[in-house]
Design a protein around this ligand. Structure first.
Ligand code: FAD
Length: 309
């Protein structure tokens, strides 16, 4: 049986990428987690989800670009997405999430500067639409660089969002540092394979760290965004926002497109802001493999559909 570690390692292997993406049946399974390959397709999904009372954050799939031209294409894809969102007039109900590795962060020379330079116009275009950008968090070795880019962007656009991964030992400190007025922080468990030196390895330890960081963020002065499907942590978030007297415009839930959709609409109907993270685009391999690694049921669904093709 494939383990989650093997799947996470596979998410970074180009050889396996060709095998998985070349299997026609994969498409059906991918459709459950990815909202289409093109902008018109994802805009249709945005219309449906916002019609159900949800907010959205769009993720144009792609990561780990290896040259500047590819990074410029990422910038252009996000600018096109924001252009596409403009006529829908959703304001903050539709924002975008970006991975800096798709903006050139990992280029051998000056990656941070390239990423900052290319992501800035996206942040400016989002501001012009009355909305924001959130910087997804990737492998632990990129956290300092991503938080550095965030700090630069926040000088002019203080609503730019951060993501913290509860699995990392450093995150409790980062949560304290970022729990300041106007600071938007999405807390997630963390989707990458990390060594014991930097990250909790057991699920129970990650969950406990998540609960501690959540408390810091909700009791702090920022805008906490709970990025989880975990019923126990969703319940804890609700307790904390009630206990601290937060109003529904001062926090939000975030869940991935296609995961627990009934819970997403249930929470929204109860008056909470719920944002679906909606990935789209042709480069879905890394994202898809991380979803398979997360949950045996997702992997079984994939393997069953291969067996019944
Ligand atoms: P898990 O421990 O995976 O699941 C806990 C419980 O949730 C399960 O026991 C089950 O009850 C329920 N559950 C989970 N999945 C399902 C399902 N498919 N169907 C039914 N019930 C389910 N990671 C990053 O590293 N960087 C990011 O920038 C990032 N952004 C994210 C943005 C959002 C909005 C979300 C929701 C996640 C993001 N992640 C990110 C991924 C995150 O780190 C986790 O890998 C992912 O959310 C799985 O963790 P979980 O909190 O849902 O809990």
């Amino acid at each position: 049986m494939l383990t989650s570690k093997a799947l996470l390692a596979a998410a970074r292997r180009p050889g396996l990428r060709r095998v998985v993406t070349g299997t026609p049946v994969t498409r059906r399974v991918v459709d459950r987690f990815v909202a289409g390959e093109t902008l018109p397709e994802v805009l249709d999904v945005v219309t449906t989800l916002t019609g159900q009372g949800l907010a959205v954050t769009l993720d144009h799939l792609g990561e780990d670009v290896t040259d500047r031209r590819e990074a410029q294409r990422t910038r252009d894809a996000y600018l096109a997405a924001l252009d596409g969102l403009a006529p829908l007039q959703l304001g903050r109900r539709a924002e975008v999430s970006v991975k800096l590795s798709a903006f050139g962060q990992a280029l051998p020379v000056g990656g941070d500067d390239v990423a900052l330079q290319l992501v800035r116009p996206v942040v400016e275009a989002a501001s012009a639409l009355g909305t924001t950008v959130t910087l997804d968090m990737e492998e632990s070795r990129t956290v300092d660089s991503t938080l550095g880019v965030l700090a630069e962007l926040r000088r002019d656009h203080p609503g730019t969002g951060a993501v913290l991964q509860a699995m990392l030992h450093r995150t409790e400190d980062d949560a304290r540092t970022l729990a300041t007025p106007g600071s938007r922080v999405r807390l997630v468990k963390g989707a990458y394979r990390e060594p014991a030196g930097v990250a909790h390895q057991e699920k129970a330890a990650v969950d406990a760290a998540y609960a501690r960081c959540l408390q810091t963020l909700v009791r702090g002065d920022g805008y906490p965004m709970a990025g989880t499907h975990d019923p126990a942590l969703i319940a804890r978030f609700l307790e904390l926002v009630t206990e601290t007297g937060r109003t529904p415009d001062s926090y939000e839930f975030q869940l991935l497109y296609g995961i627990r959709p009934d819970e997403q609409t249930r929470l929204a109907a109860a008056g909470h802001t719920v944002r679906a993270y909606v990935p789209y685009g042709a480069d879905w391999y890394g994202y898809f493999m991380r979803r398979l690694a997360e949950r045996p049921a997702n992997l079984q669904f994939f393997l069953r559909s291969l067996a019944t093709r």
